[in-house]
Design a protein around this ligand. Structure first.
Ligand SMILES: CC(C)(COP(=O)(O)OP(=O)(O)OC[C@H]1O[C@@H](n2cnc3c(N)ncnc32)[C@H](O)[C@@H]1OP(=O)(O)O)[C@@H](O)C(=O)NCCC(=O)NCCS
Length: 257
């Protein structure tokens, strides 16, 4: 059992705070029952159920058999208090690379950040970020070079943590619907980070949009803008244009002429 990280935590219960210790490590298939139980516990307490799409035990089991990883965080009493689920969609049509028009040859290199939950008593210890920071070298060692995930525009805490770790908003669309055109789905940002080292790129133009305003953000994304950072307190998502995108737009225009 490889320990990924250990450290100290602050636990909040009934208005009281106390210190606790944690161990972060990969979860085995035999422990999956505890993962699903924590997911259900967190979901049942959520004031807004739209922010979390539940994964069933069977879905996660099948996925783990195909190589998916689950990073778990355990307290001193050895109870699971947080987890991060990472999937590798390969050629599955659900690959989020399709939602951001990633070139076809890049799709097998996509890793998905699936669900993450933190027990309410342990929120505020940056466990969402800490597990993500351990997931990145892990997926790179496995040969993956694109991280993608979905986040609800109503989930400001998660969006902030994901963007703080370098993922950028590349699309905004309805996901997880049952109808053929997906119109009965839930609004989700699609966020992406290319893990390959890249040269620093210049940006131009800046628009700050309230994170809950769907249509103006969809228009900006259609024009090539990328959501780069979130001002959490103001609830504003900041969109920029990268200069190579500008060059691409100019080129496609001149080709059209
Ligand atoms: C999103 C989530 C994983 C973040 O947990 P976390 O890593 O503990 O969050 P952070 O440490 O970044 O918290 C930063 C601050 O926001 C607060 N916060 C975090 N999540 C919160 C929530 N859901 N509701 C209210 N406040 C929250 C923390 O208490 C902390 O406040 P402080 O700065 O005053 O101490 C957690 O809120 C959660 O489990 N939510 C439900 C499941 C979910 O939405 N998962 C993501 C989609 S898959």
């Amino acid at each position: 059992m490889t320990i990924l990280k250990t450290g100290q935590l602050i636990k909040h219960t009934d208005g009281k705070t106390e210190k606790d210790q944690y161990v972060m490590r990969l979860i085995s298939i035999e422990e999956l029952g505890d993962v699903v139980a924590l997911e259900k516990y967190v979901y049942d307490l959520l004031p807004n159920k739209q922010v979390l799409c539940m994964d069933s035990y069977e879905e996660m089991l099948d996925d783990m058999k195909r190589g998916a990883k689950v990073i778990g965080v355990f307290n001193e009493a050895k109870d699971l208090i947080a987890y991060r689920y990472i999937g590798f969609p390969g050629n599955n049509p659900k690959n989020l690379g399709n939602d951001i028009n990633l070139p076809e040859q890049e799709l097998p290199k996509v890793a998905h950040l699936e669900t993450t939950v933190v027990h309410p008593d342990y929120r505020g210890n940056s466990l969402q970020s800490l597990t993500l920071q351990k997931a990145i070298p892990m997926v790179q060692d496995l040969g993956y070079s694109h991280l993608l995930c979905t986040v609800s525009p109503q989930n400001i805490y998660s969006l902030y943590n994901i963007m703080k770790n370098g993922l950028r908003v590349k699309a905004l669309k309805k996901k997880y619907g049952k109808s053929e055109d997906g119109s009965d789905g839930l609004w989700r940002f699609i966020l992406h980070r290319n893990l390959k080292p890249r040269a620093v790129r210049k940006t131009s133009a800046l628009f700050s949009v309230p994170v809950a305003d769907i249509e103006p953000q969809r228009e900006l994304i259609d024009q090539g803008f990328v959501g780069l950072w979130l001002s959490r307190e103001a609830g504003l998502l900041n969109y920029v244009l990268f200069e190579d995108n500008l060059a691409f737009q100019a080129l496609s225009k001149s080709l059209l002429l």
